[in-house]
Design a binder for this molecule. Structure first.
Ligand code: ADP
Ligand code: MG
Length: 299
């Protein structure tokens, strides 16, 4: 299975989400989870986790010139502390773009989607910001599902709105995922005319841990919401085969009686294609944000 994760503006937490999903993927012990940094702006995970930049995306691209066997991908992985594999990208955008372009021009298409078709494999492809013409597009278009993570300020949403229709056509299961302290989820859904698949809470401690920086013990206050949301989202992405968790995650925003179980959902779903079901977590931060002023996001 190949899950593409992307943004269209800023740095909303795509890389953090990719690692979080790998950590929380159902049956992680029996699934080979691979975080692939296919971000044309370059990678962060090698630096964050103290890994070498080789093997990684650049060595994989070189190997792709010599072989069509997708299994070669595994020779260019390293292992994250949580046991997931990772293909790290070099920090420099120029090298990452060149490597991605090489991978995209492989005769049988990029190797990553091919290896993602193997049983018991899930690839979380961190596509970064997918500007028009991004060399990560060839991988994202072959994904089983695409998650667009966006902030919820007016400018974030304007950028998301401009690309929604196009991105929704890239994969069978597109999903819009919100983050940040902007407009409430209900306002975003109304203005964009789409359902969302959830909202990633502001959780700096969990984010720091997932990005290789353990917060000081005094700041470890337990689940700030990111872990729960990632668990729910991973289960939704993994599909109906994944059993529900023993204890359903709860939202850290709003009391249970304020939570709304969202309908199946998404950007727009082409006819006959199943959407990603919304995780069984209520919307976050409803009731907060600029719309309380009555101002519309896209005025
Ligand atoms: N849910 C979150 N809550 C708080 N901070 C976050 C969250 N997700 C990411 N961050 C922080 O934001 C910064 C950018 O995250 P990153 O995942 O690298 O974003 P992107 O890949 O979209 O550029 C990092 O310092 C990370 O720790
Ligand atoms: Mg990133």
């Amino acid at each position: 299975m190949l899950i593409a994760l992307c943004s269209v503006k800023g740095s909303p937490g795509v890389t953090t989400l990719a690692v979080a999903l790998a950590v929380k993927w159902p049956h992680a012990g029996s699934i080979r989870r691979l975080v692939a940094e296919v971000d044309p702006a370059g990678g962060d995970l090698a630096m964050r986790f103290g890994l070498s930049t080789t093997p990684g995306l650049v060595s994989l691209a070189a190997a792709a010139r010599r072989t069509r066997h997708s299994s070669v991908v595994w020779e260019h992985t390293q292992v994250l502390p949580n046991g997931a594999f990772v293909v790290v990208a070099p920090p420099g955008g120029a090298h990452a773009r060149a490597a991605l372009s090489t991978l995209a021009s492989a005769p049988d298409g990029p190797l990553l989607p091919a290896v993602a078709r193997d049983t018991g494999v899930v690839i979380l492809a961190d596509c970064g910001r997918v500007d028009p013409g991004s060399p990560a597009e060839a991988i994202a278009r072959r994904a089983d599902a695409l998650v667009l993570l966006t902030g919820t300020r007016g400018d974030d949403l304007a950028h998301a709105a401009a690309r929604l229709g196009e991105l929704a056509r890239w994969t069978p299961r597109p999903g819009l995922l919100l983050t940040g302290e902007g407009y409430p989820t209900a306002d975003v859904e109304r203005e964009l005319g789409v359902r969302t698949i959830g909202r990633i809470p502001y959780d700096p401690d969990a984010a720091a841990t997932l990005t290789g920086h353990r917060p000081p013990p005094a700041r470890r206050r337990g689940d700030g919401g990111l872990a729960s949301q990632a668990t729910a989202l991973a289960q939704a992405l993994a599909g109906p085969a994944a059993p529900p968790s023993a204890s359903p995650p709860t939202s850290i925003f709003g009391e249970p009686d304020q939570q709304v179980r969202r309908p199946p959902a998404l950007i727009t779903t082409p006819p006959g294609r199943p959407p990603i079901p919304a995780p069984a977590v209520g919307p976050q931060r409803n009731g907060h944000g600029p719309s309380a002023t009555g101002k519309e996001p896209f005025a």
